[in-house]
Ligand binder design. Structure first.
Ligand code: SF4
Length: 241
């Protein structure tokens, strides 16, 4: 894809949503870290439902450690893999206390050394909390980057590297959010909404969906139109007599 096209895509995404952000509810770096960690293999909506109950009770590393693994479980039961996530959550809180004075570290290696924290979670924290130009490639971004031709790649890491290298710097900070939201609501997996997509003319996907033909007129309005035609024909016949 030509650099000018990439720039045009991000310009349109920015025009449509000048200040994109995550849909995970949070009020502190620690809450964001917990929410992102819990969001693996599940939806933001189910994470938000869990953290709406958990955070009023425990939203600091010390409070999570005090709650303990069994205490955390009831709050995140609706989130997939809750047994593992409960252990990771308490382990992560303990590690933050032991190694970082209870603060979320601004360093990728330190973040990825925390239980349950991988490259994607670390990228989101570095981007959102510390303002680094990082792109966390999830399933939505992977799909959008490949379909559009923005940053083709066979693995999330290839796509991440291509996005970092090819995205104009003015868009890099927010690229992650624009692409994730575009993939979640427009360029969806099964049937992308190409007819109403704001980057349709710039996208290189060869199998864009088409607008469905207008529905056949049926029902009351069609019956009224048929009746009107009948009345007009009958009036014309009367005039001819
Ligand atoms: S035109 Fe279709 S395939 Fe391309 S980005 Fe838009 S929704 Fe996705």
């Amino acid at each position: 894809m030509h650099a000018a096209t990439r720039r045009a895509i991000f310009r349109r995404l920015r025009e449509a949503n000048p200040t994109p952000t995550t849909e995970l509810l949070h009020t502190s770096p620690f809450e964001l870290l917990v929410a992102v960690m819990l969001s693996a293999h599940t939806t933001d909506r189910s994470v938000n439902a869990a953290t709406r109950a958990l955070f009023p009770v425990a939203n600091t590393p010390a409070a999570i450690v005090a709650l303990g693994v069994e205490g955390v479980k009831p709050y995140i039961r609706a989130v997939g893999l809750y047994n593992t996530k409960s252990k990771n959550l308490v382990g992560l809180a303990q590690a933050l206390i032991d190694r970082h004075g209870g603060e979320v570290p601004a360093d990728r290696d330190a973040l990825e050394a925390l239980p349950g924290v991988g490259r994607k979670t670390a990228s989101i924290i570095l981007n959102m909390v510390f303002g680094h130009n990082e792109v966390a490639v999830d399933t939505h971004i992977f799909r959008v980057a490949n379909r559009t031709g923005l940053a083709p790649g066979r693995t999330p890491r290839e796509v991440e590297d291509a996005l970092i290298a090819g995205t104009p710097s003015e868009f890099l900070k927010d690229a992650h959010h624009w692409l994730i939201l575009h993939g979640r609501y427009v360029c969806i997996a099964r049937t992308p909404k190409c007819p109403t997509c704001i980057i349709r003319d710039l996208c290189e996907y060869r199998h864009k969906t088409q607008a469905s033909p207008p529905a056949k007129r049926t029902g009351v309005s069609a019956a009224i139109r048929r009746n009107g035609r009948r009345v007009r024909r009958a009036a014309a016949a009367r005039r001819r007599r």
